[in-house]
Write a protein that binds this ligand. Structure first.
Ligand code: ATP
Ligand code: MG
Length: 721
């Protein structure tokens, strides 16, 4: 017999307890943000273990990120002690899929030591197959095919299961054939891609009865967090695995479905009731996270979406502060203001106790937005961490661009040479690069110098000589241009002429769009520095500025990465049309993408516990040109009762001083470029190829680097959350 009230139960409210103690049969918890869904799921896991209903290895628990899995493990550990040792099936869908696949790899023609390839490898493979079919890759880019294959895999479709219409989407009906060829090729090289980590296990379960039955028998209990963001293949998995014991508990919130761009289907919530008749539906309505003003603001915004399942939310917490909405002049002022406000929190002004930086977060819509805050925080010595991505100057494309500039600035910079000599690909293999290295060592000269000399020798193949010749000439020509171009313009020129921009443009994924945005942000950042040297020095200082690991830090991350998390003080920045909602959502038109942006706004506001501050700037510098921006429509949707508006737009003298000295004349766009700072004087209105679209900033997979094997550039988009 169980003790009447173990401590983990005592802490819960009645409906939460119901979700925890109804261990048998299907359970669906459908509830708004901060109502304790994850808390209930964690307690449920503890309860099953504590009551000895199953061994740790008999419970399948799915979380959305590795970080969430770690936290759940720790919390359950605190509740029931050692019993959690070895919960092998607690993790993300991808990590669980990888584990299952390693055990049964041979059933889909792989060996258990298969590699998981990244996007670069995937594209290389597809290109070979496309070329073999003599399809015009310009018309039908490999990226397009990669996107389709991803979508098919998310939908749980193998090549033979595609509908007639599916195949049509690529090269006049060749989609299916190429998908099949790609899968066959992967098998030959004993590899799989991210999508296969979900699809292969599904195929195994569907086609090997004994395997299915063994897992069905094994998993006595299944628990799923963030259920609203499961896609079809994940849903099909769950449905199969839960068929025997039917003890499946899913928790989610339809208003927080923010991954439809990756195939997530909020309809899975409705499907659950159909597929698991008699499911117990639990509603949680008490929010324990946020003050009434924060909740009121979030509810007011999400109310503008149609077709919601609809939920009630209430809280017993004190009213607290209203949501602050601040209009600022421009991006630099936004970063400055946020920096000041955080320093105030840290010091504890106005009779408030000092606050730890660990309880403060800045949430951005897209990765490129972190740069302005990082630069500012480094300047004022405010420690920060970037979650779900890399620091701005550590991102692969930024390092590449900077390597070009370093080599132009300093021809003996061998590290820079190595980084970019074959990026983008110029057909210079390891062999050619090896020759250059050997020659440089023998002659004791720089790599670039060695490369130039080797052009006249027959050490290299004619093909290698040709492309190396172009590279060496390009670098020399760009160095000459430093006389007549300012460094920001030079950067754009180099990225365009080197083919780097084109490489990313050919890549139609959301990730590539984000990289383009980062590069355009880089050029913007450079405009703040007088010379290229000054900028490069700034970058080296930034790279060296790692705060101690155990120090408290402000967290900067995308809204996507903040899902499920909470902070006492939250700053939501860049709430302007074209930033948030993103330009991409606006371009797509239609209500669906806008509603997804609105759900993102709801997720963003509901991360805050005590204080939520929303900022929007009146001006953003795009390509050296000041453009005025309009506050986000979501600002307009915040109910007046719950907000407190504040604007620096009246313009105190300090603002003017700051703007003139730090960023040049904010009115430059009004006149004809009479301001100072060459950065924007020569700017034109011509849309630049670098002006990326709004991006989906999140990672492709929640696999940890270790599980993924290999590192590669794709690592940029894995969160390490
Ligand atoms: P989200 O939708 O954002 O994922 P959630 O519904 O999963 O939110 P939790 O993160 O589980 O919510 O809980 C929100 C906060 O409320 C946490 O700080 C949690 O500790 C607290 N909490 C949950 N349940 C209770 C409770 N019964 N009593 C007091 N605090 C609670
Ligand atoms: Mg949660």
């Amino acid at each position: 017999n169980m003790p009447a009230d173990p401590p983990y139960l005592a802490a819960l409210n009645a409906p939460q307890r119901e979700a925890v103690t109804t261990t048998e049969g299907p359970v669906l918890v459908l509830a708004g943000a901060g109502t304790g869904k994850t808390a209930a799921l964690t307690a449920r896991l503890a309860h099953i273990l504590f009551s000895r209903l199953a061994w740790p290895s008999e419970i399948l628990s799915v979380t959305f990120t590795n970080k969430a899995a770690r936290e759940m493990r720790e919390r359950v550990g605190r509740m029931v002690g050692d019993a959690v040792e070895g919960m092998p099936w607690l993790g993300t869908f991808h990590s669980i899929g990888a584990k299952m696949l390693r055990r049964h790899a041979e059933l889909v023609g792989l060996q258990s030591n298969f590699t998981i390839i990244d996007t670069d490898d995937q594209l290389r493979l597809l290109k070979q197959l496309i070329a073999a079919e003599e399809i015009d890759e310009k018309r039908y880019p490999a990226r397009l095919l990669a996107g389709l294959i991803d979508r098919w895999k998310n939908a749980g479709l193998t090549p033979t299961e595609l509908g007639a219409g599916d195949s049509e989407a690529y090269a006049d009906g060749k989609g299916q054939q190429l998908y099949a060829a790609y899968q066959a090729r992967l098998k030959t090289i004993n590899a799989c891609d991210f999508g296969d980590l979900l699809l292969h296990p599904l195929v195994i379960l569907k086609t090997h009865r004994e395997v299915l039955e063994s897992y069905q028998a094994k998993f006595k209990y299944i628990l799923v967090d963030e259920y609203q963001d499961t896609n079809s293949v994940q849903y099909l998995w769950l449905r199969l695995l839960a068929q025997k014991h039917r003890n499946i508990a899913c928790v989610g919130d339809d208003d927080q479905s923010i991954y439809s761009w990756r195939g997530a289907q909020v309809e899975n919530i409705l499907r659950f009731e159909r597929d698991f008749p008699g499911a117990k539906i639990v509603k949680l309505e008490q929010n324990y996270r946020s003050t009434p003003h924060i909740l009121g603001a979030a509810s007011g915004v999400i109310a503008h979406n149609g077709g919601r399942l609809g939920k009630t939310l209430w809280t017993e917490l004190d009213a607290g502060e209203k949501v602050r909405v601040m209009g600022v002049w421009d991006g630099p002022e936004e970063a400055r203001r946020v920096g000041e406000l955080i320093e105030d929190l840290q010091r504890g002004t106005k009779g408030n106790a000092p606050v730890s930086l660990d309880t403060v977060a800045i949430l951005v819509r897209a990765q490129f937005q972190t740069r302005e805050f990082e630069d500012r925080f480094i300047q004022i010595g405010l420690p920060y961490r970037i979650v779900g991505g890399f620091r701005f100057y550590e991102r692969a494309e930024i390092r590449d661009a900077i390597a070009y500039l370093r080599l132009i600035n300093q021809p003996a910079d061998d590290l820079a040479f190595d980084r970019i000599v074959n990026t983008p690909k110029r057909g210079l293999g390891d062999k050619a690069v090896g020759r250059i290295h050997a020659y440089a060592r023998a002659e004791n000269i720089s790599l670039l110098h060695a490369a130039a000399r080797l052009l006249d020798s027959d050490e290299l193949t004619p093909q290698a000589r040709k492309s190396l010749g172009r590279f060496v000439a390009d670098i020399a020509r760009w160095r000459d241009r430093t006389n007549d171009l300012n460094h920001a313009e030079l950067t754009r020129l180099v990225l365009d002429e080197s083919g780097y921009t084109a490489m990313l443009q050919a890549d139609r994924t959301a990730e590539a769009a984000g990289r383009l945005e980062n590069l355009s942000e880089l050029a913007r950042a450079m405009e703040e520095y007088e010379t290229l040297e000054a900028f490069l020095e700034h970058v080296s200082l930034v790279m060296d500025n790692d705060a101690r690991d155990d120090a408290a830090k402000v967290t900067i991350m995308t809204i996507h990465a903040a899902k499920g998390l909470e902070y006492h003080h939250v700053f939501l920045v860049g709430w302007e049309e074209g930033v948030f909602p993103s330009q991409r959502a606006l371009d797509e038109g239609g209500n669906a993408s806008l509603e997804e942006e609105r759900r993102l706004a709801y997720v963003a506001i509901t991360r805050a516990r005590e204080q939520c501050t929303i900022l929007h700037a009146a001006n953003r510098r795009i390509y050296g040109q000041w453009t005025s921006s309009i506050p986000s429509r979501f600002v307009g949707e915040l109910p007046a009762d719950h907000i407190e508006e504040e604007s620096t737009m009246g313009g105190g003298p300090s603002m003017w001083r700051a703007n003139w000295s730090a960023t040049g004349d904010p009115f430059a766009h009004v006149g004809s470029g009479t301001g100072r700072g060459p950065g924007w004087q020569r700017a034109t209105n011509k849309p630049s190829p670098l002006q990326g679209r709004g991006s989906e900033p999140y990672e492709r997979s929640e696999l940890g680097a270790a599980e993924r094997g290999g590192s590669g550039r794709n690592a940029l988009f894995t969160p390490g959350l």
